[in-house]
Design a protein around this ligand. Structure first.
Ligand code: GDD
Length: 321
């Protein structure tokens, strides 16, 4: 049987590397990965020998077209992009160029080359923005009321995917993923950041003060290892053109996340508000409804929030020791 050719953009990143690990458990696949650089491979140690890695800047349309022509993927997981909401405030232009034009170059290349792989696009729950209490948990039909430049870039990615599906029949699947966490996540995201600070305090490398931003926000967290299973299932069972919320359906205050992480440590620390960590606007509560995806795919989460937080803290303990 011919092997399926799977391409992951942003393969060296947090989600990309977990997806590459997950794909190793599947038979009859050839896994290709794109990233800005092929030198940063720390996250790929489990799968490095099994994947084919290419360096490519997705904002350069000619390079993207050339690579897609060479790989001729049967499936694309488009995970590359600017993922940190905070950065989109300081450099909205970069967020738009990378997120929107990066995707446009992929979709355009497919159109020009007349190939129609499955394309999963990593969209975001940030697109929903301000959600009214009565709308929670938020479904795919909800109005989008974005409150960050990042969210607007994700809406553009989302609708660009829809447009290419409608106009050219590309098999695009849009996943609106809520917060995902776990080992290997960049330390600027809240869970990774708090876990790293605790690990540093434990080793005496940070004074016993944890700096925090908005602890009142409520978010719907899922383990990245469950997220990558969902992405795979989406391309196996999803309907082209559709949007799927990927989430746990449960909300947790950021203060609660800090409390759980702290309960795994003997370190004692103070909590200090850092004004630089506050955003010009932050969504107060974001909890998703996952019925549409679960019914379609049978997806189930394997990791509890507590397990994920524990694993993330242990990941940082190893990194900082
Ligand atoms: N980063 C960070 N650092 N966030 C903090 C902190 C802190 O010290 N203290 C409180 N927060 C709050 C943020 O204000 C936000 O309300 C929440 O914690 C989560 O922040 P992040 O972990 O930075 O994630 P995000 O919600 O902005 O975005 C993530 O989830 C999106 C899906 O909803 C990212 O993974 C996005 O790429 C993703 O699309």
């Amino acid at each position: 049987m011919k092997k399926q050719r799977v391409l992951i953009t942003g393969i060296s990143g947090f989600v990309g590397s977990h997806l590459a690990d997950f794909l190793l458990t599947k038979k009859n696949l050839e896994v290709f990965g794109i990233d800005l650089s092929t030198a940063k491979v720390d996250n790929l140690e489990n799968c490095f020998n099994y994947i084919k890695l290419f360096s490519c800047d997705l904002t350069e349309s000619i390079s993207v077209r050339k690579l897609i022509k060479e790989i001729k993927p049967d499936k694309i997981f488009h995970l590359a992009g600017n993922a940190f909401v905070g950065d989109s405030w300081s450099d909205p232009q970069k967020t738009f160029i990378v997120n929107v034009f990066g995707e446009l170059n992929i979709l355009n290349a497919l159109r020009e080359l007349k190939i129609k792989p499955w394309v999963q696009i990593a969209c975001s729950s940030e697109e929903y923005g301000v959600v009214i209490k009565s709308e929670l948990p938020v479904s795919e039909q909800n109005e989008l009321r974005p409150v960050s430049p990042y969210a607007v870039s994700k809406i553009a990615q989302d609708y660009l995917g829809y447009q290419f599906y409608k106009s050219y029949g590309l098999k695009v699947l849009r996943t609106r993923t809520f917060n995902h966490i776990g080992p290997r996540q960049n330390d600027r995201f809240v869970v990774s950041n708090f876990a790293k600070q605790i690990a540093l305090i434990e080793t005496g490398k940070q004074k016993p003060v944890i700096e925090v931003g908005n602890l009142n926000a409520v978010r719907d967290f899922t383990d990245v290892r469950d997220i990558v299973t969902a992405y795979w299932l989406c391309t196996e069972k999803g309907v082209p053109g559709e949007i799927y919320n990927i989430c746990s359906g449960k909300g947790h205050k950021i203060a609660e996340i800090l409390r759980i992480l702290a309960s795994y440590s003997n370190a004692k620390f103070q909590i200090k508000k850092d004004p630089k960590r506050m955003r010009p606007s932050d969504i107060p509560v974001l909890i998703g409804e996952n019925k549409k995806f679960v019914r379609r795919s049978g997806w189930k989460c394997r990791y509890s929030l507590k397990e994920t937080l524990y694993d993330t803290l242990n990941y940082w303990r190893e990194k900082v020791s």
